[in-house]
Design a protein around this ligand. Structure first.
Ligand SMILES: NC(=O)c1ccc[n+]([C@@H]2O[C@H](COP(=O)([O-])OP(=O)(O)OC[C@H]3O[C@@H](n4cnc5c(N)ncnc54)[C@H](OP(=O)(O)O)[C@@H]3O)[C@@H](O)[C@H]2O)c1
Length: 290
């Protein structure tokens, strides 16, 4: 019987956390909605339970006997209800500790502009009152977000996002979040009731593009789009309104300095090394970006 479960194990952070937990000698239960995807992403030997986060009873069955539960599900307008399902199912199944990935602190709150930020706030409040031990991870903007620009970087050498090119930004690689998460899940005793707010080193999108040019051996230019142009582009691509609203809210928070502060201590303290740099990130994704 696994003592640790990862809900959202096929996602960016979830799959990296499963890998880290395995490296630490754990064999987590991977709670997924598709067994086929789980086998493809996590390997045929992964310890899988199939449950949808909309299905509390199914989650409770899947989590029976698990002690510690990691929640990192995708963002959408009902992610608050979905994550509350996981918390309540975990509690009913006998779990003692929940580790949740939330948004960055500048994004989360009762009056946050984005529905995602309001949702994270609701889940955090639920967790505080759950009677379970808990810990929250508040990572900075993911370096992995730039993979959404991979096609443009590859074909035109352009990265176009709605943030000024010289705006100071502190990104984080999801593998760092995973490294932090795995260590907390392995031994949660020191982390109960803590919110970890963490990032990698401070940089700018322009510097990120320079690193890409250097590592990929071809010019990559960063272009800071206006909010209006970004919004029109997303609508043209038929993105749902809530997601367009979320992306624009994130850009606004960024412009106000919400992703500027560098906070590398949690990764250093918990993992015992510096956070992954943008250079390392690009090197590791060279095949997809060039
Ligand atoms: N992007 C950022 O810059 C950033 C920064 C800070 C915090 N965050 C937060 O980080 C979280 C996203 O992390 P991520 O990028 O690692 O997530 P992700 O890659 O989108 O993964 C989401 C996971 O949830 C699973 N999932 C979604 N709907 C489900 C359902 N109905 N039933 C069961 N499983 C379901 C997905 O399964 P499938 O694989 O089957 O789809 C996947 O495993 C969000 O809460 C976001 O707000 C993001």
């Amino acid at each position: 019987m696994a003592s640790i479960a990862v809900v959202g194990a096929t996602g960016n952070t979830g799959r990296a956390t499963v890998k880290e937990l395995k490296a630490l000698g754990e064999n987590p239960l991977c709670v997924v909605r598709s067994a086929d995807k789980a086998k493809e992403v996590l390997g045929a030997d992964a310890n899988i339970a199939v449950a949808d986060v909309d299905d509390r009873a199914g989650l409770e069955k899947a989590l029976k006997g698990v002690e510690r539960v990691f929640i990192v599900t995708g963002h959408n307008p009902k992610s608050d209800a979905q994550q509350i399902n996981v918390i309540e199912a975990a509690k009913a199944a006998g779990a003692k500790f929940i580790l949740k990935v939330s948004g960055g602190r500048s994004v989360v709150g009762p009056d946050a502009e984005s529905v995602v930020g309001r949702g994270h706030h609701i889940v955090e409040e639920h967790l505080r009152k759950s009677g379970l031990a808990w810990c929250v991870l508040s990572p900075g903007l993911f370096m992995q977000n730039v993979m959404g620009q991979a096609a443009s970087i590859k074909s035109d050498g352009k990265m176009i996002l709605p943030f000024p090119k010289d705006l100071k930004m502190s990104f984080i690689d999801v593998r760092d979040t995973a490294a932090v998460a795995a260590r907390i899940l392995k031994d949660p005793s020191k982390h109960n009731g803590t919110i970890y707010d963490f990032t990698g080193e401070q940089t700018t999108y322009e510097e990120f593009a320079k690193v890409m040019s250097d590592v990929l051996g071809k010019p990559v230019t960063y272009i800071g789009a206006s909010l209006e142009a970004a919004e029109a582009g997303m609508k043209l691509r038929n993105m749902p309104d809530w997601l367009v609203g979320h992306m624009i809210a994130i850009a606004r928070v960024g412009a106000q300095g919400g992703f500027t502060a560098e906070k590398t201590e949690p990764v250093r303290d918990i993992v015992g090394r510096a956070p992954i740099t943008t250079r390392q990130f690009v090197q590791d994704h060279k095949a997809v970006l060039s």
